[in-house]
Design a protein around this ligand. Structure first.
Ligand code: C2E
Ligand code: CA
Ligand code: CA
Length: 783
């Protein structure tokens, strides 16, 4: 209810009603005032007309009396009577009937000097002679008027005993004009109450005669008055009519009628206005409001505001429609955008999740279909980003994203999950298993050179594949399976494809356990450094020791092959390496006391090379011992240099410039190009163990021979790793390799064991040089 009252409709109708009411009241007031005024005018004119009629009545009475008096006064007999005073004349001419006809109450004969000759009073049944009392009463009146008459006849009003009188004077003359007037004949008519009554009933109008003008009547009464006697000296007689208005009731009725009419007009015009407002504006406005409300509640709803013509509301509707169009375009755009990766324009994680829900439903309904998810992670992409900058990194990601999308089928969903991670979701038939072929295609395509970049770069990727049949796996589970498979692919050496298996979960759990334990072991300083000597053959002179990390656990020593990769993946290698370097370097002065000129070899992993302060920290550590920089050899795995990487190249040069010797570890297993090898300041190559094993097991010395000749051509020493048997030693010596490391000479051992071993070695005479080996090489000076 309150809502309705606050609405436009209620307010419009309310204001319309108020406006109508005011207009109706004003109309009523005005027309009622107009009506009243015209009725008043009419009443005034009417009463004036009545007065006029009354006045005429009185005038005609006056005329009649005047003419009667004239008739008698000009009569010779009357003239004679004025001389003779013969009473027979009176008896003969003024009987009661005659007097009544003449309408004269009294007839007086007045001599020229104003004295009364005789008079008759006709008010009784028979006329009587006027007595002296009656004459005395009339005498002042006569005396008053006679001087004004000047021999003329006159009919005048006078007052006697509070009664108006009509007095008709006429000079008595003979028909013979020469004879002078003999006096006056006076007819007196008393306008007493009875006579007034008679006149009133005759003209059907009550009136009053008064000596003074009438006082104004009350507000509800009408009045008209006129003076009857108005000659000089004549007594004032005011004739007036006072009566209630004739049309008072009609006026009251008319007012009611007007009021009713106004109310009707108000109602009808309100109704018409309301209908017009409703049809023209309100209904459409409330339709607009409802539509807008519904749209507000349901964002997805398509709203069209109806357009009928070209009025303001239609224009509003058109504008709103245009606006809604824009809004839904923006919404669609946003809908699209939040599902899209801004860099590669592929879908993103949100999009993948949505599509997975859809595909899962499909797979759940079709047992012959299954879902395959490929998770693709670029190998070593961080290096590209760090060394070539993020701009180049972004370009590389865009190109690779495009290649993956091209490799995928139209129905496959290709997305970038973030960073250097992509995914392809495929819906495929269970027999076909097209995902694996797709994975190989992607592997090939990604590995092609990125020739659109400013620098020539190639990059590999690792792909994990997971399957879900009949919608068994939730989206998150499928992703995590593919993730595990991808992780495994990385672990197995990158650039390969792995399918998820349950075993992977176990391995991952194990790796996670190792990671946690290793973290706390590093923090608690529980790691150890062992040393493995590198000897020069055939003399057996000890020239270097390689520092190797050891991790004692409750189940014995954990092999470095297990924990070093975990440390690298978990970002622990920096701390681990720093600790090993510190421990080994601080042991070196003690070892040198036993074995002067001994060199220390330390392994550096790729992530350590990327550390900004690596050179500074290593030099600080070594300088603390007071030993020359050449005492420290740094072993870098060959695979580090698979890519053309600016940062690493710079870091390697910095290390060499600081005076450290650099050895290329595991040489022969990686991909270093000869050109790049030449540009690196390496002083030694470490021949990988597999080549040493080939010497004996496969009787194949081609690799060893060529690596040795490469080393000699580049001026690098070659150290053979993993020499386990005398036969291997002999073959190596025969090929000219004199620096060797392996279980044949010594296993890696703690410092105490090494000290004992060194002491023992010092006591042992050098083994006899083998005759086939030719001249014994001289120990080389340091540096
Ligand atoms: P690597 O740098 O190639 O080290 C030599 C490995 O060969 C050592 O394995 C050593 O015990 C082993 N070895 C030496 N002679 C023989 C032999 O005659 N026969 C056989 N079968 N093996 C031999 P280890 O100590 O297990 O280390 C494995 C790898 O772990 C190392 O390979 C190195 O890459 C890494 N590593 C060890 N300690 C560190 C460290 O402190 N820092 C870094 N970054 N890596 C380390
Ligand atoms: Ca090494
Ligand atoms: Ca090695």
């Amino acid at each position: 209810m309150l809502k309705y009252l606050r609405g436009l409709r209620a307010r419009t109708f309310g204001y319309l009603f108020l406006l109508g009411l005011v207009a109706a009241l004003a109309g009523y007031g005005m027309s009622s005032a107009l009506l009243q005024r015209s009725l008043h005018d009419y009443e005034q004119r009417h009463i004036q007309a009545q007065l006029q009629q009354l006045w005429l009545t009185f005038e005609s009475r006056r005329q009649t009396l005047s003419s009667h008096s004239q008739d008698y006064a000009l009569w010779d007999e009357t003239y004679d009577f004025m001389l003779s005073g013969d009473p027979a004349y009176l008896r003969r001419n003024f009987t009661a009937g005659v007097l009544a006809n003449l309408a004269a109450d009294q007839v007086l004969f007045i001599q020229a000097d104003g004295r009364l000759l005789t008079g008759l009073d006709g008010r009784g049944p028979t006329p009587r002679r006027l007595d002296s009392g009656a004459w005395r009463a009339l005498a002042p009146l006569v005396a008053r008027y006679l001087p004004h008459l000047s021999a003329q006849k006159a009919t005048l009003y006078g007052w006697h005993n509070g009664e108006p009188l009509l007095l008709a004077f006429h000079p008595v003359r003979n028909t013979d004009a020469d004879r002078p007037s003999r006096g006056w004949l006076l007819f007196v008519q008393h306008l007493d109450a009875t006579r007034q009554q008679r006149i009133a009933s005759l003209v059907k109008l009550p009136f009053t005669l008064a000596e003074h003008p009438p006082s104004p009547p009350g507000a509800t009464l009408l009045q008209a008055s006129r003076r009857l006697g108005e000659r000089p000296g004549e007594a004032e007689v005011h004739l007036s009519i006072t009566r209630p208005p004739l049309l008072a009731k009609q006026l009251a009725d008319a007012r009611w009628l007007l009021l009713g009419n106004s109310a009707l007009v108000l109602l009808v015009s309100l109704l018409v206005a309301a209908v017009l407002f409703e049809r023209l504006i309100l209904r459409r406005l409330s339709l607009f409001a409802n539509l807008a409300d519904r749209r507000r509640q349901d964002h997805g709803m398509a709203v069209h505001f109806p357009v009928r013509g070209d009025d303001e509301l239609d224009r509003l509707a058109r504008s709103l429609n245009a606006l809604m169009g824009e809004v839904s375009q923006v919404e669609q755009h946003l809908h699209h955008e939040i599902r899209r990766d801004s860099l590669t324009r592929l879908g993103n994680r949100t999009f993948l999740h949505e599509q997975m829900q859809l595909y899962r439903q499909l797979v759940a309904q079709n047992p012959e279909l299954e879902l395959a998810l490929l998770l693709i992670d670029l190998d070593g992409f961080k290096l590209i980003n760090d060394s070539l900058g993020h701009g180049v990194g972004d370009q590389a990601l865009t190109i690779i994203g495009e290649r993956i999308r091209h490799a995928a089928r139209g129905t496959d969903i290709t997305v970038r999950l973030g960073g250097d991670e992509f995914a392809v979701l495929c819906l495929q038939s269970v027999q076909e298993r097209g995902a694996e072929r797709l994975a190989s295609r992607i592997l090939e395509q990604v590995a092609l050179p990125l020739d659109k970049l400013p620098v020539q770069v190639t990059i590999s990727c690792s792909i994990g594949i997971a399957y879900s049949q009949q919608g068994a796996l939730a989206a998150d589970e499928l992703i995590s399976h593919a993730d595990l498979a991808m992780y495994e692919a990385k672990h197995r050496g990158k650039g390969r494809i792995c399918r998820y298996s349950e075993r992977m979960q176990v391995q991952v759990n194990q790796r996670m356990r190792i990671e946690q334990q290793l973290r706390s072991a590093i923090a608690a300083g529980q790691l150890e450094v062992w040393f493995q000597p590198i000897v020069r053959q055939p003399g057996g002179e000890i020239v270097m020791v390689e520092a190797l990390a050891r991790w004692p656990t409750a189940e014995g020593y954990c092999p470095p092959d297990q924990f070093i990769p975990v440390a690298e993946e978990a970002g622990l290698i920096g701390a681990l390496g720093a600790w090993v370097a510190q421990a080994a370097i601080s042991a070196l002065p003690r070892l040198r006391r036993q074995c002067p000129g001994l060199h220390l070899n330390i392994n550096l992993s790729v992530l350590q090379l990327l550390e900004e302060d690596l050179v500074g920290r290593l030099t600080a550590m070594l300088d603390q011992t007071g030993l020359p920089r050449q005492a420290l050899h740094l072993e870098l795995t060959e695979s580090l240099f698979a890519h053309d990487n600016g940062v690493m190249q710079r870091r390697v040069l910095e290390l060499a410039n600081a005076g450290f010797e650099l050895h290329l570890d595991d040489f022969g297993t990686g991909y270093s190009s000869l050109g790049r090898l030449q540009s690196l300041p390496m002083s030694a190559l470490k021949l990988d163990r597999c080549f040493v094993q080939q010497l004996e097991a496969e009787d194949d010395e081609r690799m060893v021979r060529s690596i040795l000749s490469l080393g000699s051509q580049l001026g690098m020493q070659v150290i053979a790793e993993g020499v386990e048997t005398l036969a291997q030693r002999e073959r190596l010596l025969a090929l000219g390799c004199t620096l060797m490391q392996g279980f044949l000479f010594a296993r890696p051992m703690p410092e105490a064991a090494l000290t004992a071993w060194l002491a023992q070695q010092a006591g042992v005479t050098r083994p006899e040089p083998l005759p086939a080996l030719g001249p014994q090489p001289q120990p080389q000076p340091e540096g």
